[in-house]
Design a protein around this ligand. Structure first.
Ligand code: FES
Length: 333
């Protein structure tokens, strides 16, 4: 059984009655439904319900402002159709999923510590791991009631291997559950791939990758893809961390690091007198200093905490006027 979703003024698509959200149903049907985070945080998937019945999965989702709520807006990633519906939303070719997401069951086969608070989780599915470097999957950590989005840190492969770099966030229920409640051999329902910040192999420009915190996962994946796609391409990687112990790009990248033109670690809280003679400060400041004249020839990929991504957007869009089509990141909040 399925529900027919009609787009006002356009076509429609069918969502299986067992589907968990309107957004996933739309993307599985190949519809270019706008979204970024797919977990209720960003507001990109707002739509209007014109007719029909739709269940809200998270009334307090931060992706909707009070004004949105007063105007009756809903989030497609937090709505489930209960009947045939008509909705109003502006779909677009740019949102059409390059790889339609599928739900799968994965087994945790290994957990490899990367730093004191971060680990690489290695999961296996029976299906091939179809995604483009830089994309993410969503899953519900054991014992929690909401889905989380984590980016893959490896490359797509036929063996069904999915790697995720996860940071244990103090007080964070999802990340702590991944470390404490998921044992090797346990299964997890994962769904993906999602996300627009994927590698563009066809773009003939230098690649600039910028990571902060656990944003290192998708950045490692994109860097690996850039090396594999064209070994001679110039690739600049910036990693922002608090201290030297928090850096993880070299450990994750392994031998593929040989294909990186310049790797620049930037530390924001390294103790004075620690012997660190590298760059100190915030990573976006170093990007501004080091990339400056090369901005016009570059394609930018970044992932990290909101203050970092906001500072980079200001730098790239407002100050350097880099075309939006060359800036790749997913908004999570
Ligand atoms: Fe729905 Fe982000 S995609 S709130």
């Amino acid at each position: 059984m399925s529900h027919r979703i009609t787009l006002e003024g356009g076509d429609g698509f069918d969502v299986s009655a067992g589907e968990d959200t309107l957004l996933r149903g739309a993307l599985r049907a190949g519809v270019g439904f706008p979204y970024d985070c797919s977990v209720g945080g960003c507001g990109s998937c707002r739509f209007d319900l014109v007719s029909g019945e739709m269940e809200s999965l998270w009334d307090g989702a931060p992706g909707l402002s009070e004004r949105d709520r007063r105007r009756g807006k809903r989030l497609a990633c937090q709505s489930r159709p209960l009947s045939d519906c008509t909705i109003k939303v502006r779909t677009g070719e740019e949102y059409r999923p390059p790889v339609p997401p599928v739900p799968m069951t994965a087994v945790l086969v290994a957990r490899r510590p990367v730093t004191a608070s971060m680990a690489e989780f290695i999961l296996k599915t029976a299906e091939p791991a179809h995604f483009i470097a830089g994309q993410y999957a969503v899953f519900r950590p054991p014992g929690t009631d909401g889905t989380r989005a984590y980016s893959m840190s490896n490359l797509p492969n036929g063996e069904g291997e999915w790697r995720f770099v996860i940071r244990r966030v103090p007080g964070g229920r999802g990340s702590n559950a991944m470390f404490d409640a998921l044992a090797i051999g346990d299964t997890l329902d994962i769904d993906g791939p999602y996300g627009h910040a994927h590698f563009r192999a066809e773009a003939p420009r230098d690649v600039v990758c910028i990571a902060g915190g656990s944003g290192i996962g998708p950045v490692v994946s994109v860097a690996r893809a850039a090396v594999a796609a064209s070994p001679g391409r110039r690739l600049f990687v910036f990693e922002g961390a608090r201290t030297r112990e928090d850096l993880c790009f070299p450990a994750l990248m392994g031998t593929a690091q040989d294909g990186v033109t310049v790797y620049t670690p930037v530390l924001s809280a390294e103790a004075d007198g620690s012997g660190w003679d590298g760059v100190r400060g915030f990573v976006h400041e170093e990007v501004e200093r080091a990339v400056g004249p090369r901005a016009e020839e570059s394609e930018f990929y970044f992932a990290g905490p909101p203050p970092m991504t906001e500072a980079l957007q200001k730098l790239l869009v407002v100050k350097w006027t880099v075309p939006i089509a060359r800036i790749h990141f997913d908004r999570f909040f």
